[in-house]
Design a protein around this ligand. Structure first.
Ligand code: CUA
Length: 320
């Protein structure tokens, strides 16, 4: 594949295609340099003592030092400070990597299977991965991916973004990135998933945001959006007989403003209504019963496909 060899490799690290990549690399450089300094002090000191205190005559007595409080304090306290700096620094970057910003320009469903990826956009555009169909995202804007898998665990890794997330069957995971420059970036599957695991290499193409908007609004591949399809399923499965979409109370909770809201449950616990909560509540409604409502909803486990569940969730997201 020629696009791999055309990839610039200027340093021993991949290029820094996001702002976070620079921060990750800075921390990484700090780890390497502080490790090197520790190595020199430890191994250098040991070598120096070997030579300095070498026994030179057969009857020479060895020095007998039991302990030195000041030295022991130093070699405990200084590494502790360095470790706490690394811990805090890593925590700050980890949070930035994990928590998507609120202004997401593109939200894309990515489904892994042996041995390919499918990307689905909110307007119904859908692609089966190949080198000719890269995952197109806007440059300079934040993209959020909602990942899942049809079979085994896969992992979506973009080295140039320093971003990696597992795609797990039966649940949703998410990741986000904001490529600073237009360009093509390699994606690897980094969870061994069978014979053609290495064949799950694809690319992300970041294009200027006007170009992205033009591409996004150009003729669609699918006729309906996932939310449109979800609306049809919502009607077919008679969801509306128990769940209103206008905020009124029927048998079950209304769908209005549901997504992202804070849910209180009969057992006193609470959770945010995210993709995983909706998936669980559709398939196994009895898992979390909303406070003051009866456990009246039938189970849809085995009745709906993963894609139907995904479409329903996308529809629910639109009921604000
Ligand atoms: Cu998919 Cu490895």
């Amino acid at each position: 594949m020629s696009w791999i060899t055309s990839y610039p490799a200027t340093t021993f690290m991949p290029i820094q295609a996001t702002e976070i990549a620079k921060e990750v690399d800075l921390l990484y450089a700090f780890l390497i340099i502080s490790s090197l300094i520790s190595f020199v002090i430890l191994i250098g000191g040991m070598t120096w003592f070997l030579i300095k205190f070498k026994r030179t005559t057969a009857d020479q007595k060895s020095a007998y030092i039991t302990h030195n409080n000041f030295a022991e304090f130093l070699w405990s306290f200084i590494p502790l400070v360095i470790m706490m700096v690394i811990f805090y620094w890593g925590m700050v970057i980890f949070e930035k990597l994990r928590v998507p910003p609120t202004d997401i320009a593109a939200e894309i469903h990515v489904t892994a299977e042996q041995w390919a990826w499918t990307y689905k956009y909110a307007n119904g555009k859908e692609f089966y991965s190949s080198a000719n169909d890269p995952l197109i995202v806007p440059a300079g804007k934040a993209t959020k991916l909602i990942l899942t898998s049809k079979d085994v665990i896969h992992s979506f890794f973009v080295p140039t973004f320093r971003a990696k997330q597992d795609a797990v069957p039966g649940r949703y995971t998410q990741m986000w990135f904001e490529p600073t420059q237009p360009g093509e970036y390699i994606v690897f599957c980094t969870e061994y998933c069978g014979t053609k695991h290495s064949g799950m290499m694809i690319k992300i193409k970041a294009v200027p945001s006007e170009e992205y908007a033009a591409w996004y609004h150009a003729e669609k591949k699918g006729a309906d959006t996932p939310a449109d399809k979800g609306k049809v399923i919502f009607a077919q499965r008679a969801c509306a007989s128990c769940h209103s979409i206008d905020g009124s109370r029927i048998v079950g909770p209304t769908m209005k403003g549901l997504f992202g809201s804070n849910r209180k449950f009969a057992d006193g616990s609470a959770a945010s209504a995210d993709d995983n909560y909706l998936r669980e509540s559709i398939l196994v409604s009895t898992a979390k019963i909303v406070e003051s409502y009866p456990p009246a909803m039938p189970l849809f486990q085995g009745q709906l496909t993963d894609e139907e569940v995904e479409n329903l969730i996308e529809y629910i997201k639109t009921i604000k």
